[in-house]
Design a protein around this ligand. Structure first.
Ligand SMILES: [Ca+2]
Ligand SMILES: [Ca+2]
Ligand SMILES: [Ca+2]
Length: 148
């Protein structure tokens, strides 16, 4: 039987509530400072450069430096879809069902993307993805690696 995660999935309402609480000045949009505060509150140490990327991701092609509620929700939805894809990939390539991708499994995953990576590039990618250097890639490590 497939293991079920105990963490409750955030609902649309939860995200809307989060948006509202992040919108400190209550003007209906998030600016860079409000986004930064939101991430700080979550306890993650997100580097400024990555925050900028995240902001751009939500702000969308218009790039008016304001994240509307709609943009926020669309961004969350896109992220969820992406996460599901990554999770699916992870399960598919975890051939021995160990819950981790070892170097060989990870290599197969990278090759499956169809890019022409050199063996050295692949090795580098695996090294970079393996944040805690235990020689295995966890789902969290993969998530992080592909979100950069
Ligand atoms: Ca605001
Ligand atoms: Ca495995
Ligand atoms: Ca690892």
């Amino acid at each position: 039987m497939a293991k079920k995660t105990t963490a409750r999935k955030a609902t649309k309402k939860d995200w809307e509530r989060l948006f509202k609480s992040a919108d400190k000045d209550g003007n209906g949009t998030l600016d860079m400072d409000e986004l930064r505060e939101l991430f700080k509150r979550g306890g993650s140490h997100t580097p400024e450069s990555q925050l900028q990327e995240i902001f751009k991701f939500f702000d969308g092609p218009a790039g008016d430096l304001k994240i509307t509620r709609k943009e926020f929700m669309q961004g969350i939805e896109k992220m969820n879809q992406f996460q599901r894809k990554v999770e699916g990939l992870f399960k598919k390539f975890d051939a021995d069902n160990s819950g981790y991708l070892d170097r060989k499994e990870m290599k197969n995953l990278i090759l499956s993307t169809g890019h022409n990576f050199t063996p050295k590039e692949i090795e580098d990618m695996i090294d970079r993805a393996d944040a805690n250097k235990d020689g295995q890639i966890s789902l969290d490590e993969l998530r992080y690696a592909v979100s950069l």
